[in-house]
Design a protein. Structure first.
Length: 355
């Protein structure tokens, strides 16, 4: 078991480097990972045999011996990610580098059942995987609350049929593929981390899409909490006598935000979200806030401007506690792409540290 762990761990270290640079040498790997030259050679031999890395010639320095050069083969493996919202099922096909190669979106029935979702997922995965036979698995980013470790949706807000549903097991049975289940926003922040690299260590992805949630990336990895239910950001109370929320409380950020949207006041909705984000920054001291979700991106410039201003004026010592606020570059595909990257992490990531 220990030897298997080390093999997977070492392979993951090399693949992480390969994803981050166009080409690399044995010496680059040894320097970046701390592995011995002998260990690097063994890892590269396995990855070459698997076809996920190939030789890219030699690099000849001015003096000394030529060094073999390698590069990742992105198309050697693929994964499909699914984003389940209350309105639709969005899928993204990615390669081993996390590049989105294809995507699809299909509407879901109102208040859909687990069976309806699994049927739609099965049909769409079959269409999207056509011609891609090296499929690692399917990741699902789903509405919470859910138990990531058990693969179970506990009580998806605003969906009546989703009490303790073992979605990962149901999807695995229908698809015949490995399935990874996580909260939608956690999948989204995983995608941002893949794209932004090691400087993206303490961050939150704030998602607004038929609800408000947060994906947390702390100390370089996804943070899920004791019960894997972290990120219910929209259900933090900001007004004690506020409107009722779907979670059973009053004055939640999500309820206040939704009330403003229903009144057609996007500026107020953005200010409300900004208050919650500043509270989050005061609690966690983050370096990055990424804004995502189709409902937010529909008014992206308004949210970006309002929240950036809130962060710069409401966070004490904003000159010192600097925060980068941005819109997700992946747009509507952020959650589905992140779910695909999570299934790749489950196979090719660092055990115990991956998303």
């Amino acid at each position: 078991m220990h030897q298997t762990f080390l093999r997977s761990y070492n392979e993951a270290l090399v693949l992480a480097l390969a994803r981050a640079t166009p080409t690399f040498e044995r010496g680059d790997v040894a320097k970046a990972t701390g592995l011995t030259p002998q260990a690097v050679s063994k890892v590269l031999a396995r990855l070459l045999d698997d076809g996920v890395v190939v030789s890219a010639g030699e690099r000849r320095p001015a003096t000394g011996r030529a060094a073999a050069v390698y590069e990742l083969v992105p198309g050697s493996r693929h994964a499909i990610g699914a984003h389940v919202s209350r309105r639709s099922l969005r899928l993204a096909l990615t390669d081993l580098a996390g590049t989105v190669l294809d995507a699809s979106v299909t509407p879901l029935p109102g208040d859909f059942t687990p069976g309806q979702l699994v049927d739609a997922l099965t049909e769409q995965v079959k269409l999207l995987r056509n011609g891609h036979d090296r499929l690692t698995g399917v990741g699902i980013g789903m509405i919470g609350p859910l138990d990531h470790a058990a693969g179970t949706v506990r009580d998806a807000h605003r969906l009546r049929h989703w009490h303790d549903v073992p979605l990962a097991a149901l999807a695995h049975r229908a698809l015949g593929l490995p399935v990874h289940l996580d909260k939608d926003a956690t999948a989204g922040v995983t995608a941002e981390a893949w794209r932004r690299g090691p400087g993206f260590r303490d961050a939150a992805l704030i998602m607004v899409e038929s609800g408000v949630g947060a994906g947390l990336w702390l100390n370089g990895t996804a943070h899920r909490g004791t019960h894997t239910n972290a990120g219910e950001f929209g259900h933090s109370v900001i007004q004690l006598d506020g409107p009722p929320c779907v979670c059973g409380r009053h004055g939640c950020l999500e309820a206040m935000h939704d009330q403003a949207i229903k009144a057609g006041d996007v500026d107020l909705a953005a200010r409300i979200l900004g208050i919650g984000i500043v509270n989050l920054l005061q609690t966690l001291d983050l370096g990055h806030v990424v804004l995502a979700g189709t409902d937010l991106l529909r008014h992206g410039p308004v949210y970006l401007d309002t929240i950036t201003r809130a962060v710069r004026t409401q966070v004490p010592r904003a000159d010192w506690l600097t925060v980068d606020v941005s819109l997700s570059a992946l747009g509507a595909d952020a959650i589905a792409a992140g779910a695909a990257m999570q299934i790749l992490d489950a196979r090719y990531g660092v055990p115990g540290l991956t998303a």
